[in-house]
Design a protein around this ligand. Sequence first.
Ligand code: HEC
Length: 466
Amino acid sequence: MASSQTPTFHLDVAPIVFQHCAECHRPGEIGPMPLTTYEEVFAYGEFIEYVTATGYMPPWTPDDTYSHFVGERVLTEDELATLSAWVAAGKPEGDPADNPGLPDYPEGSQIGEPDLILTMADPYEHGGDMSDQYQVFVLPGDPDTDLSIRALEVRPGNRNVAHHAILGLDVSGTAQALDANDPDPGYESFGSFGFDAASNFFGGWVPGAATVTYPPGIGRTVPAGADVLLQMHYGPSPVTELDQTEVNVFFSEEPIEREVQTTFMSPQHLDQFFYLPANQTRTFHGTMEVSTDVSLISIVPHCHLIGKSWEVFATSPNNQDTIPLIAIPDWDFNWQGFFTFPTLTKIPQGYTLHGIATYDNTTNNPFNPNSPPQNVTFGEGTEDEMFFVFFDYVLYEAGDESIELGPSGDACPTDLTTDGVVSVDDLLALLSDFGCLSGCQADIDLDEAVTIADLLVLLGTFGTNC
Ligand code: HEC
């Protein structure tokens, strides 16, 4: 925005709202009202200024001055100033010719043709009683074959109520038994999966999240016979809604040489017993030593409704070096997420991981599930609490620091073979797909056909490292 000029909706405000808000605030999405036209944004102008200035919207809980993640949702100081100046000037419309138009929201997969689609067996009915629901669905993998996976993409069936999703892995059959005991499709579980699953954190989804594709050679395995677990959080709704969510599975094109592993910090790593007396605020400090060089991929702090804040970092043995990992100054259970680092993040052997969480079990905490506050212990229920930090990692290899973890779809759509560089192999892949009309991997411009236009886009990025 040129500072001497009064901002207008079409020229200055629409680009901000379309980029940062409309993915959720448009018809059929989780945002309570659409923000897609001048009239709609005009009606909420002052409210928009307020929710953005306070950081309530767009929802992004990590402190972006502490560390960075893929798909960060933050407004710059300039963007905030533009919104304020626009409201102060009386929310002028400006020239519709300046409007950039809404971005494309691809209906299908954002990253290509899936190799396998796992679907909830039956639609789930989420009651119209304005309550939240946490339901786990069991999606069988392949009974006979290990699946080598480079990406999992959650495709919510009904975005009116799908608030977020977490994926897990069960190799024990426990989830199937829990499902069989619950009359509804899937089974209810507020915390995570209701038992000690093989992985509590196999991926996930929040509205607008980019699907992360593992770099070549890095991936996850779903062992033969294992089940993928899908925990859906359905938001409050005044009417009954049906949902049947799918998980797109993308296989690794090359063998997985580096299996993604998960480790976690839990109450056993704490400096004191995990117990939250009524009417007290308590801070817990967990530590874990790193026994070999690792490269972190993602991090997930997890607690329930009494949790207030998180800080996770690593320190060197002499305390001379600190690696900041994540700070969440104002924890919001509704916007919990899993956070992927922009590049593989090395934590050297001998460093100590620290996880510090503060819990507010007083009446000052508006999310406190108990009124009056009660003594709270560790557990899965809404009224219990948790302390977990999940770390996804691979064993460190030289050069990891420069391996990017961005969403492959956005970062380098022309790298069709996803080998990290746009080369002759991609050209051949495109040519072999030439003339393809729907769901084609080489449809780079997403116009439902592989044409000369895609060839030109690819040639324009030839030689790029992705
Ligand atoms: C990831 C999805 C998402 C994005 C992105 C998002 N919102 Fe929201 N917004 C929501 C949801 C969901 C709610 C309902 C309250 C809640 O769950 O926190 C909400 C609530 C609001 C409210 C309050 C409405 C009310 O009546 O209480 C306003 C105003 C708002 N958003 C504006 C914005 C603006 C402006 C942006 C962009 C700068 C934005 N939102 C980005 C999902 C989103």
